[in-house]
Design a protein around this ligand. Structure first.
Ligand code: SF4
Length: 340
């Protein structure tokens, strides 16, 4: 237990009793109800897959392109049918509910602008959709796509448009290891452009990349704290079947899997949350790997158990998001040498 003043100082009502500002809490505060996500595969690809940059994908990326829950599509009509069917699948427990259309699989701004416009509008025009969330890469946001996003924001002022950028790491060696394929300056330029359009950005960060220390991860948190980042997904590194990372794992499991047990992961995760800017929305604190693909760490398959352990441990420690935010001891040590 740290001390009572610190324990009492997080906004329990705003955060709905959790020791951090979760997406669920934000949505309940904003809409007065739970909002459900429909994960979508819009049939797009990725420059790390189609040969523009590489054909192998990021080292951890499964064949479904980080969206193993959805089926591939190829036209706005098929997209509409899949969206409606995804929504119907949730409907039995969510009568009258609102949804987020989550463009999840592959790179969802990488395609003909006319196609992108058609699929985004399918979702935005649906009365039950509160907004859309578009997962993409910072090197796939050309002027035409930014202009489209600006127009959609004007056309649908009562709906939100979020962008999700898979940064994963700020350490140059790690970016090369995972074959990310763009520089940190590219990420910063994309973030600035989206910020200029007042589009909220969610950044994905992977915890447990081989060779990364706790100091490396906290440097990434410190770096993101200083940027116009609205939300963050903290994602445990999963080793999935049919990935290059899985081959490396079988050669040397200890080197590739940083968290053979849950406790070590919780220790790092709690440090990240303690150092995180208190107003940043935490969209994810672990991961949702399909059980059929997950090789390691297997304990992460019990997502409910991980979340319960996180909440229990943070409560026992009397800690919460941002408790150490004002400690400016962390030094951001990526920089101009970052070139890929
Ligand atoms: S950028 Fe995303 S979709 Fe493309 S290979 Fe990497 S993880 Fe997969």
């Amino acid at each position: 237990m740290k001390n009572k003043e610190q324990t009492a100082s997080f906004p329990s009502a705003l955060w709905h009793g959790k020791p951090y500002y979760s997406l669920d809490a934000y949505l309940k505060n904003t809409y007065g109800e739970k909002i459900y996500k429909v994960a979508l595969n819009a049939g797009l690809t990725c420059p790390n897959r189609d040969g523009r940059l590489d054909t192998r994908g990021c080292i951890f990326c499964s064949k479904g392109g980080s969206g193993d829950f959805a089926a591939p599509l190829s036209s706005p009509e098929e997209f509409r049918a899949a969206f409606l069917s995804g929504r119907r699948r949730l409907a039995y427990k969510t009568a009258g509910a609102k949804f987020i259309a989550y463009f999840q699989a592959y790179t969802n701004t990488y395609g003909p602008v006319s196609y992108l416009e058609a699929i985004y509008r399918v979702a935005l025009e649906d009365d039950s959709v509160a907004g859309i969330s578009i997962a993409t890469r910072p090197d796939c946001l050309p002027e035409e796509v930014l202009a489209l996003l600006k127009k959609l924001k004007e056309d649908y002022p009562h709906k939100f448009i979020w962008l999700e950028l898979g940064l994963q790491t700020i350490r140059e060696q790690s970016a090369v290891f995972i074959r990310r394929g763009y520089s940190l300056s590219c990420f910063e330029a994309a973030l600035d452009a989206l910020h200029d359009l007042s589009l909220p950005v969610i950044v994905h960060l992977i915890l447990g990349l081989p060779g990364e220390t706790k100091a490396d991860t906290l440097s990434a948190i410190s770096y993101l704290n200083r940027l116009p980042v609205w939300g963050i997904k903290l994602q445990l590194l999963h080793i999935l079947k049919d990935t290059d990372l899985a081959e490396l794992y079988f050669e040397n499991p200890q080197k590739i899997c940083a968290f053979p047990d849950k406790e070590a992961y919780l220790d790092l995760l709690i440090s990240c949350i303690e150092h995180l800017r208190p107003d940043m929305i935490l969209h994810r604190v672990t991961g949702d790997a399909p059980k059929s693909l997950l090789i390691a760490p297997l304990w992460s398959g019990d997502k409910r158990g991980v979340l319960n352990a996180l909440h229990r441990t943070m409560k026992e420690q009397g800690t919460f998001q941002g408790r150490l935010y004002n400690e400016e001891r962390m030094v951001y040590h990526a920089g101009p040498t970052d070139t890929l």
